[in-house]
Ligand binder design. Structure first.
Ligand code: UDX
Length: 432
C-alpha cells in the first residue's frame, strides 16, 4: 500500500517504519528540515531502540521529505501523527493536526483515507473531516478514521509490531476494509468502533494507567505512615488478575509526553462539558505532590541545601529514553540549585538534552562514581539498569555522607542497610 505519514516524532516515525517493515511503500513528511535531512542520512532524530536498524533494513521502502505535495500526491492512506502539545489551560493544542488536514484537502486529487493517529480529544476527527470537506479541491471522497497508538517510549517498535490491540474508529465499511488491509500482516486483535469511542479509548486507557500509578503512590505514602512495605503490598495486589501486576511501581510520579498531558486534557474536556472528572483530577494532584517527595524527605536530614554537594543519578522521565518531558528531575533540580546546592548529575542518554536547559548550573559527569565523589546526598530520579546494578558498597566509599534518596526503589532495603547507607526510598519505611 502507498502510505504517507505526517509528523516524524515518536508516533509518526515509529508507525511509518513499522508499516514499511510490513511491506508498505511509506513516505515520511515533516516541516522540520533538520529532522528530514538526518532521516535521509539514516539517522533517527529520536532515541528509540531498534528504530535505526529497521530504518536501514527498509530504506528502499521509505522516503523522507519536507514537500507535502510530493507526500500526499498518490497516497492511498495518509496518517496524521503530528504533536498535540498541552496549552496553558491544560487542553490539547490541535493547530498542527488541523493544519495538516487543510494541506491534505488542498493537495489530494484522488479518493483516500486519512487516519488520525495523534492523541486528540473526542470530536477532533469530526472536525478534521469537516476541514477536509470544506477545503477539498474537487469531488473526491476522503474518509477520516481514528486509529490511536499505544506505544511506550523505549519499546515503541516492539509495542507497534506486537501491539495488544489495534483500535479502529470508523464511520463506514469502506474505511474499515482499507484499514484492515493496511494492518493485514500485523496479526494483532482489532477493535472496531465509531470515531468518538476510539478517541475516548486512548484517553481512557492512558488516564487509567496514570491513575493506577497515583493510586500505588498514595498507598506507598500511607505505607510509610503506618509501617507497611509497598513492595509486598503491590505484589499481593498484583497477583489478582483483575488488578494485574504491571504499573504498580511506587516512585516519584509519572512523567513523559503522554500521561501528564493526557490526564490534563481529559480533565479539561470534562470540565468544558460541565462534568468534573474527580478521579483523574486526584491522579494529577497526587502526581504533582509525589514529584517533590524526596525533597520533603531530605528535610529530616538538612534544613537547607546551601553549600551541599548533591549527586543526581538519572534525569529522564524513565529509563530507555533521552526524553525529559515532565521528568521529576526538572522539578527537583531547580529547587536544589535555587537553594544553593552544588549539583553533579549523571544520565546515560539524557544528559545532553538536560545540558541544553541547564548548561552552566550543573556539573555533568561521565560515570556514577564521578558523580558520587564527596557528595552529601544522592538523589535517584530514574531507575536506569546501570544505577540498579551499581555496587552499594561504593556509595559509602565515595560519598562524604552516604545519604541516598531513591525515588525509584532501585535497591532491596536490607542490602542498602547492610551496606551502611542512610537509605530512604518510597513506601518502604520500616517500623522502628
Ligand atoms: C505511556 C503509555 O504507557 C503508552 O501506552 C502511551 O501510548 C503513551 O504514554 P510512556 O510515556 O512512553 O508511555 O511511558 P510509560 O512506560 O507508560 O511510563 C510513564 C511514566 O510512568 C514514567 O515516568 C514512569 O516512570 C512512570 N511509571 C510507570 C511509574 O511511576 N510506575 C509504574 O509502575 C509505571
Amino acid at each position: 500500500m502507498k502510505i504517507s505519514v505526517a509528523g516524524t516524532g515518536y508516533v509518526g516515525l515509529v508507525t511509518a517504519v513499522c508499516l514499511a517493515e510490513k511491506g508498505n511503500d511509506v513516505t515520511c513528511l515533516d516541516i522540520d528540515e533538520d529532522k528530514i535531512s538526518l532521516l535521509q542520512k539514516g539517522i533517527s532524530p529520536i532515541f528509540e531502540p531498534g528504530l535505526e536498524e529497521l530504518m536501514k533494513k527498509n530504506k528502499d521502502n521509505i522516503t523522507y521529505t519536507n514537500d507535502y505535495l510530493k507526500a500526499y500526491n498518490d497516497a492511498q492512506v495518509i496518517i496524521i501523527g503530528v504533536g498535540t502539545p498541552e496549552k496553558k489551560d491544560g487542553s490539547a493544542n490541535l493547530k498542527y493536526v488541523y493544519e495538516v488536514a487543510r494541506q491534505i484537502a488542498q493537495t489530494v486529487e484522488h479518493d483516500c483515507v486519512v487516519i488520525v493517529k495523534s492523541t486528540v480529544p473526542v470530536g477532533t476527527n469530526d472536525k478534521v473531516e469537516q476541514i477536509i470537506r470544506e477545503n477539498k479541491k474537487n469531488n473526491i471522497f476522503i474518509e477520516v478514521v481514528s486509529n490511536p497508538e499505544f506505544l511506550s517510549q523505549g519499546t515503541a517498535v516492539k509495542d507497534t509490531l506486537h501491539a495488544t490491540r489495534i483500535v479502529l474508529g470508523v464511520e463506514s465499511k469502506n474505511a474499515e476494509s482499507t484499514l484492515r488491509e493496511m494492518y493485514n500482516n500485523f496479526n494483532i486483535p482489532i477493535v472496531v468502533t465509531d470515531r468518538r469511542s476510539a478517541e475516548m479509548i486512548k484517553y481512557a486507557a492512558n488516564d487509567f494507567l496514570a491513575l493506577k500509578i497515583s493510586y500505588i503512590n498514595e498507598m506507598a505514602n500511607l505505607c510509610e505512615i503506618v509501617g507497611a512495605n509497598i513492595d509486598d503490598v503491590a505484589k499481593g495486589m498484583g497477583m489478582d488478575p483483575r488488578i494485574g501486576d504491571r504499573f504498580l511501581n511506587a516512585g516519584i510520579g509519572y512523567g513523559g509526553s503522554c500521561f501528564p498531558k493526557d490526564t490534563k486534557a481529559l480533565h479539561w474536556l470534562a470540565s468544558f462539558n460541565d462534568y468534573e472528572l474527580k478521579t483523574v483530577k486526584a491522579a494529577i494532584e497526587v502526581n504533582e505532590n509525589q514529584k517533590i517527595k524526596l525533597i520533603k524527605k531530605s528535610r529530616k536530614y538538612f534544613d537547607s541545601f546551601n553549600g551541599l554537594n548533591i549527586a543526581v543519578l538519572g534525569l529522564t522521565f524513565k529509563p530507555g529514553t533521552d526524553d525529559l518531558r515532565d521528568a521529576p528531575s526538572l522539578v527537583n533540580i531547580p529547587l536544589l540549585i535555587e537553594d544553593g546546592a552544588h549539583v553533579k548529575a549523571w544520565d546515560p542518554v539524557g544528559a545532553d538534552n538536560f545540558r541544553k536547559l541547564f548548561p552552566d548550573e550543573i556539573h555533568y559527569c561521565e560515570s556514577i562514581e564521578e558523580t558520587l565523589v564527596n557528595a552529601d546526598i544522592c538523589f535517584i530520579f530514574t531507575e536506569w539498569t546501570e544505577i540498579k546494578n551499581f555496587p552499594l558498597n561504593k556509595f559509602k566509599k565515595l560519598m562524604r555522607n552516604p545519604l541516598i534518596l531513591d525515588g525509584r526503589n532501585c535497591y532491596p532495603l536490607t542490602e542498602a542497610e547492610e551496606a551502611g547507607l542512610i537509605y530512604e526510598s518510597i513506601g518502604r519505611k520500616k517500623v522502628n
